[in-house]
Design a protein around this ligand. Structure first.
Ligand code: HAM
Length: 431
């Protein structure tokens, strides 16, 4: 009987997996250059950790179960809550700021479609312990440095500030939990539901108009700020939030990130955000175009720690790969096999194994293990696109092998002693 994969999951075949690893390493390389240190957390957590502050949308899509001891557990739908749990448990007393990064699989029971899976990977970073504009700007700059490193150019960076909407709602006596619920509705983009909810809260029409006005503030910095100031005139607390937001943008521009959209309509689907939020969209991906999301948030105190300023983001790694593919960005084949060692019959097998073992200390090298005739083994190397074959036969008695260039269809004798140098020259010219 054949079994199929669970819905919304994927197998990664040879080649694909190499491309994924390559991109993962590139991302982690950029994180490292910004001083972020990698951590890892378990694939499942206590259910309450996830339900504490993740937001209704995430909770509705959780994979959760009871283990044999009757504990309620959940597969992690994201990594910020686990990272902050780890921080509260293990790192609270360390010097600040702490720069942490991670790469791991996440699970959400969503309806699968292109770019939306039930198991997907996130690569993210969290900066813990600073609320300065430059700290918040750094995380956005880091996300944008990753895209630059990968060569992605067709994307839009949208930056917003959830604090503005939260403060307007707070001024109208709407509590934090209710604010989070409204943000979730805004994030879903369900206008009818938003109208209904604001009606339920009995907000005066004037206030509703201000909220709708803020949601539409989207465009270039100068113009959006001007419109925001007019819309929010007289609301000192909200205007103060707007001014600190501008300081983040100033710092961001010093980091060299200038090509962004201000979008005060971003609400984010998670409950823990407090101020600056951002999302990156790759239009070529269609409906599931959001390749990155993040912002400033407050979670440590929810997990029993001291409150601490934090900001971070996560890339949807699978969507990032799709975006690279759609943009036609070729990734190098990091698993390319340059050499294959073939014995002229069983008699030379043990010497061939020795030669292959020598080469494998430095290069990707195949060894003929099917006991095929040389002609067949060469045809295999050809089909696999292996450019050089080392034939081990009679010449080995004189300490020599035959090196065959498959493309040029030429072969020459090489001393085994010189083999490493000869192959190094070949490998050097074959990036
Ligand atoms: P998020 O926006 O829920 O934020 O997820 C981050 C990214 O994960 C999304 O932008 C998207 O690319 C990807 N993603 C989400 N769901 C799926 C799915 N079903 N299939 C494929 N990709 C998906 C967070 O998770 C926050 N923890 C980010 C953060 C870190 N905020 C602060 N620090």
């Amino acid at each position: 009987m054949k079994y199929s994969r669970p819905r919304g999951t994927r197998d990664f075949l040879p080649g694909k997996m190499a491309a994924r690893r390559y991109v993962e390493q590139k991302i982690l390389g950029v994180f490292t250059r910004f001083g972020y240190k990698e951590i890892a957390t378990p694939t499942f957590e206590h259910l309450e950790l996830i339900t504490a502050k993740s937001g209704e949308d995430i909770i509705a899509h959780l994979y959760h179960f009871k283990d044999k001891g009757g504990r309620d557990l959940a597969l992690r739908p994201e990594l910020t809550a686990p990272v902050m749990r780890l921080y509260v448990n293990e790192l609270q007393n360390q010097q600040k700021p702490l720069r942490l990064c991670y790469f791991g699989n996440c699970f959400r029971y969503e309806r699968p479609q292109a770019g939306r899976y039930r198991e997907f990977w996130q690569a993210g970073a969290e900066l813990i312990g600073s609320a300065t504009p430059e700290a918040q700007a750094e995380v956005i700059a880091l996300a944008s440095a990753v895209l630059k490193e990968l060569g992605l150019s067709d994307y839009e960076l949208h930056i917003g500030n959830i604090g503005i909407l939260r403060k307007i709602l707070a001024e109208n006596g709407v509590g934090e939990e209710e604010q989070a619920h409204i943000m979730g509705v805004i994030d879903k983009g369900d206008e009818a539901q938003l109208q209904e909810e604001l009606g339920r809260l009995q907000l005066p029409q004037r206030e509703r108009d201000v909220i709708y006005g803020v949601l539409e503030l989207n465009g270039r910095r100068g113009e959006v700020i001007k419109r925001a100031e007019a819309l929010l005139a007289g609301r000192e607390v909200v205007l103060k939030e707007l001014r600190s937001f501008e300081e983040i943008l100033d710092a961001l521009e010093s980091f060299g990130v200038k090509n962004y959209h201000l979008n005060l309509g971003i609400a984010r689907g998670l409950d823990y955000y407090t101020g600056m939020v951002f999302e990156i969209y790759a239009a070529r991906l269609g409906a599931e175009k959001q390749i990155c999301g993040g912002g400033s948030y407050s979670l440590a105190e929810v997990f029993g720690g001291k409150p601490v300023a934090t900001s971070g983001f996560a890339f949807g790694f699978d969507r990032l790969l799709l975006a690279l593919e759609r943009e036609g960005i070729n990734l190098p084949d990091t698993e390319r096999v340059l050499f294959m060692v073939i014995p002229f019959g069983e008699e030379y097998l043990s010497r061939a194994i020795e030669v292959a073992s020598l080469l494998r200390r430095s290069y990707a090298c195949e060894l003929e293990v099917m006991r095929r005739k040389v002609k067949k083994a060469l045809a295999y190397a050809d089909a696999r696109g292996i450019p050089y074959v080392i034939l081990v036969g009679e010449e080995i008695k004189a300490g020599k092998v035959l090196l065959k260039d498959m493309q040029a269809k030429e072969q020459r004798e090489v001393d085994v002693e010189d083999l490493e140098d000869v192959l190094a020259a070949i490998a050097g010219g074959n990036p």
